[in-house]
Design a protein around this ligand. Structure first.
Ligand code: UN1
Length: 512
């Protein structure tokens, strides 16, 4: 009787407003193709996206570049104020945001709330950072009679390409950073989740960003490729697959255009190393959270669990027991722990992977899908596979499948070598009560985010700047102190203050 449903709560409030949603570029007359957007919960059409064609995308960059001077003329403090208003608006409009996160993104109530929290945090953090970095040009040391100032200018047209797994938080995080640095922003949401992106764009404009400083560019891979290829695209911030990051990198390198930086946050084969001193209850809880929450659809999620042989059977029994408690269901139902995966393609990929594992490895646990789930929804049960060796997992598998490998006491170095051999470097967990083990692992591995005796997901903006290296991307880390500067162009002005009437304060005019 305690089960409450978000869909019931939103029935009269959210649904009416959400009916017939559209994601389209605000510029009229750009060529686009209409694609229906379907809910991963039941396949129902919830809106439509006007996917820009390659020609439409090129025309958009052409149009956007004309607004660069106006965007840069908005003072840094005004940009920060607009971001803070956007944060407040997002908190106020939690209802429709939650509804869309569930309907379009398949997010549970818990995940939806965390995602709104993260989007809000990004806006406030980059607002503070914009004031710290951009509002007053920093005075650099130098000899008497000379003044040196470092200022951050707009790069011009910044392109943000975001993923479906954080359709609000990562979309808003990239866009907020690009706007904070005074760019004209073209924001290309994932083709599965453009509706929540459209809502976020409206909200940022309501918060004070001029219509001509932010353009939504709904579309598919061809749209993204055309936006990247345009010579006026001056920076690309991308979160998504490693494969797509490679393609973007190659496309940027092939342009006959000024060199544009790429900020990429991609995949991982993230490991958790558990030794015999770890606390079993905590391991079970953290493993289940890291591997199966959000249906494993986080780039930070745990994929490869290394458990010391002496405790492996006991630990795995506890992990399976905790995993069996997860309720898979409609994400709008407060009782659901895990919702659907995003689309039929992902579900088919996961099913193929589990079938392959069943043939060659040992499937140790398979969760149960409760009766009555909508047939057309993309449900995948949490699964645990024991591997003969780490290398049997050949690629990142994006979903609720956990792979386990046993290791022998004294072979920690081999475990670390296996982690390095994945080629990725995103997140890593270590559960141990031996300081030396934690130190060894931390020193040995190149991953971007290390979690000690806790779960491995849900990096907090400002406290846990997030991002990896190697196949996992190239920084700076989102939500960290070095992120915003990358969205800007540095300019140094050196003035002989003894000459021309000693006018030391020319650039103070730009200080705002
Ligand atoms: C992603 O899944 O694409 O720490 C990256 C976390 C999130 C991961 C975001 N910040 O779980």
């Amino acid at each position: 009787g305690e089960r409450q449903s978000l869909s019931a709560f939103l029935a009269e409030r959210g649904r009416a407003k959400l009916a017939g949603l559209q994601a389209r570029c605000a510029l009229p007359d750009l060529p686009a193709e209409i694609a229906p957007i379907r809910s991963p919960i039941d396949g129902a059409v919830i809106g439509e996206s006007h996917h820009l064609t390659a020609e439409g995308a090129a025309a958009l960059v052409e149009a956007a570049r004309r607004h660069v001077p106006a965007a840069e003329a908005m003072p840094a403090r005004a940009r920060a104020a607009a971001l803070r208003r956007a944060a407040a608006l997002m908190e106020e409009r939690r209802g429709p945001l939650m509804a869309l996160l569930a309907l379009e993104g398949g997010k549970t109530v818990e995940d939806g709330l965390a995602e709104i929290r993260e989007a809000v945090d990004f806006c406030r953090f980059y607002a503070d950072e914009a004031e710290r970095l951009f509002a007053d040009p920093a005075r650099l040391p130098g000899p008497t009679g000379e003044e040196n100032r470092l200022r951050y200018r707009s790069r011009g047209v910044a392109l943000a390409i975001s993923p479906w797994n954080f359709p609000l938080a990562i979309f808003v995080g990239q866009v907020a950073a690009a706007l904070a640095a005074g760019n004209v922003v073209i924001a290309k949401p994932a083709e599965q989740t453009p509706l929540i992106a459209a809502l976020a764009v409206d909200l940022l404009k309501e918060a004070g960003f001029p219509a001509d400083s932010l353009f939504l560019a709904p579309g598919d891979g061809a749209t993204g490729a055309a936006l990247v290829a345009h010579p006026a695209t001056a920076l690309v911030a991308f979160t998504g697959s490693t494969e797509t990051a490679f393609a973007i990198n190659r496309a940027l390198a092939a342009r006959n255009a000024p060199i544009a930086p790429l900020i990429a946050e991609t995949g991982g084969i993230n490991a958790l190393i558990v030794d015999a001193t770890a606390l079993p209850e905590q391991v079970a809880d953290d493993v289940v959270t890291s591997a199966f929450r959000s249906a494993g659809q986080r780039c930070s999620a745990l994929r490869l669990l290394f458990v010391q042989e002496d405790v492996a059977d006991r630990m795995l029994a506890m992990v399976a027991g905790a995993a069996a408690e997860l309720l898979i269901g409609d994400p709008r139902d407060l009782a659901s722990d895990v919702g659907p995966v995003i689309d039929a393609e992902q579900k088919a990929m996961l099913e193929r992977h589990v079938a392959k594992m069943r043939a060659t490895q040992r499937v140790r646990f398979e969760g149960r899908l409760p009766d009555g789930l909508p047939q057309a929804g993309h449900w995948v049960a949490p699964t645990i596979v024991e591997l003969d060796r780490a290398a049997s997992l050949e690629r990142e598998v994006f979903g609720p499948v956990l792979h386990v490998v046993r290791w022998k006491a004294g072979e920690l170095d081999k475990v670390c070598a296996a982690v390095e051999a994945t080629g990725y470097g995103l997140t890593l967990g270590v559960h141990s009560r031996i300081d030396e083990t934690i130190r060894f692992v931390t020193e040995r591995l190149t991953v971007g985010n290390i979690y000690v005796n806790r779960n491995m997901i849900g990096a907090v903006v400002g406290s846990q700047p997030f991002g990896g290296s190697a196949l996992s991307g190239t920084g700076p880390k989102a939500g960290g102190p070095n992120y915003l500067a990358r969205f800007a162009r540095e300019q140094v002005v050196s003035t002989n203050t003894a000459a021309a009437g000693g006018n030391a304060s020319l650039i103070a005019m730009d200080s705002r």
